[in-house]
Design a protein around this ligand. Structure first.
Ligand code: DC
Length: 243
């Protein structure tokens, strides 16, 4: 009797191929800081795709005010590039760092609108894929495991209770413990943002779901690093690497 052939796993990397770890999840789920930390632990580069949506928004806002449409945004994105530094890729505007600019409250207010524009999504996807070419990367966003890298070796979807996400965000912003009233207000804002970003925030069917509500950041990083090592070091026992 012949044995059935085991299905080959598309997520086990071929020898020498670069490895993609995709981390998706809603706003303030800790994706970017976790992805950055995971990348450093593994010696991979980190790509924050949300930073590119923010960069497109910031440049449109600066050039055209807040009434821009898709054509306007696309007419300015040529001024932007995604440049490598030691552990990460950062958006630059005519060679200048945008680190502060992309975190401005006005950019945060408008970015969901820009992230709905199909042409902008195509521009971000192309830049992220180009940056990832030929190297091991940790990429975070909303649709990395579903649209940008549907064949990523490891996909993680991070979630956390909205109250806890709001508490963490405020603690980080103000450097002190927020009051319940402040957390309640921020929770409301986050839930509204979740609704605006809902169409593109999709958990891939083959993603590992991690609820970080009761985890420290070190614990979540450790889990993802352990999962990634399985793929980096050749796959779980018994699963032959794809040739
Ligand atoms: O994660 P963030 O807050 O920096 O994301 C900024 C915006 O970009 C937010 O509206 C969600 C959107 N986004 C997206 O639609 N797809 C991605 N892959 C990453 C971010």
């Amino acid at each position: 009797m012949s044995m059935p052939t085991p299905p080959s796993s598309p997520r086990i990397r071929a020898a020498g191929a670069s490895l993609v770890v995709a981390i998706d999840g809603p706003a303030a789920s800790g994706k970017s800081s976790t992805a950055q930390w995971v990348a450093q632990r593994l010696g991979f580069r980190h790509i924050d795709s949300g930073a590119l949506y923010r960069a497109a928004t910031a440049v449109a806002l600066a050039r055209a005010g807040d009434t821009f449409d898709e054509t306007t945004v696309l007419s300015f994105v040529g001024e932007l590039s995604l440049e490598p530094s030691r552990h990460t890729f950062a958006p630059m505007w005519n060679g200048e760092s945008m680190e502060e600019l992309i975190r401005a409250p006005e950019v945060t207010r408008l970015v969901s609108r820009v992230a709905q524009m199909r042409g902008v999504r195509a521009w971000v996807d192309a830049n992220v894929r180009r940056a990832a070419e030929g190297r091991d990367v940790v990429v975070d966003g909303r649709d990395i495991g579903t649209v940008v890298f549907p064949d990523a070796h490891l996909k993680v979807f991070l979630i956390a209770d909205p109250w806890e996400r709001a508490r963490r965000r405020l603690t980080q912003r103000h450097g002190r413990a927020p009051t319940d009233a402040e957390i309640a207000e921020e929770t409301e804002r986050l839930v509204q943002r979740d609704a605006k970003d809902a169409t593109q925030t999709v958990q891939a069917k083959d993603a590992v779901l991690i609820d970080t509500t009761y985890l420290t950041q070190a614990e979540q990083v450790e889990r993802i690093v352990s999962l990634a090592r399985v793929f980096r070091d050749g796959g779980p026992e018994g699963l032959a690497p794809r040739s």
